[in-house]
Design a protein around this ligand. Sequence first.
Ligand code: ATP
Length: 360
Amino acid sequence: MTIEVQHIRKQFGQFTALDDVSLQFPDGQLTALLGPSGCGKTTLLRIIAGLEHPDSGAVLLDGEDASHRHVRERQVGFVFQHYALFKHMTVFENVAFGLRVKPRKDRPSEQQIRDKVRQLLELVQLDWIADRYPPQLSGGQRQRIALARALAVEPRVLLLDEPFGALDAKVRKELRRWLRRLHDDLHVTSIFVTHDQEEALEVADQVVLMNKGRIEQLGTPDAVYNHPASPFVYGFLGNVNLFHGRVQDGVLASGAVQFEVPGEAGARNGNGIGYVRPHDLDVERYIPGAGDTGGVVAKLRRAHAIGPLAQLDLERADNQQLIEAVMPNELFSRHGFKEGDTLVVKPRRMEVFVDAGDGI
Ligand code: ATP
């Protein structure tokens, strides 16, 4: 099922939670709604579900205006952060619940319910705990059961609101991979709310980045990460170094350093900020008296070399700004850099926003 929202507005008193939001959720895809706390993600999800009504705008399901359809008629399944499993019912009965409360004419037979629940418990790989009660399960197991329960009624849309938010980092990581595999098997159009950028980039087909009730950018994980549309997106998705300065005739002058600014940004003159990801910085040894270094001279304050990557915390010589660089550990060892060494940092790739203000 395709979902489309058109010009959605929602106020809570004087506060604008959603400000003219329009977007599409393609059929069978997993879309992540990503953004800082309070940006309107949950409100948008609740409006799509029919749990909340917009002040204006429409929700279209498969092209038809569903704004006035009741929650039940929208055929959505939900999973929330705080698993609302029924404590007094077994896992089996929790999953069977949605089937048992169907109107008599649509209700499957007892045998069909049993088969369906077994099948779902196998799908979430928890058929071995069918007779347990929710308090006897781990957090991750409860979320998988919540998902099985949501899927039991064969929803045409699956809405997940921070489903793994309450779990520890390791379980969270496992579950998001598992959710992706499950989605690849079922192809239910799904919307996933998260404020965790890594989670959104890893799991989703499409990422919608929201800020203050508006959409900042919509695109594939690769597009939003590598081609951010605004300083906000750059800052929100991953670590970034900022080089403040002035852009004049295609050059960003930041302290003693000059960076060329190609493309559209270079054609505008004004205050500018260069954005550089830590892995887009080359780091070399500083050679005194060698003339223009073509980069930023910085002192290595701390190096953290565990696993395949070395993380370098540097302090810029001319203004004490902290710079973060990442390089393969093997290259770091080969250079033999030590804490306290003076190095030169050169951006391989930089995106400049002119008159960008603070951005983040
Ligand atoms: P989080 O990641 O913290 O859950 P969110 O992006 O999901 O945030 P929403 O829950 O959609 O944000 O809330 C958006 C804004 O609307 C918040 O500032 C919130 O305080 C406000 N809000 C949400 N529901 C209500 C309500 N029923 N009454 C008043 N204000 C509300």
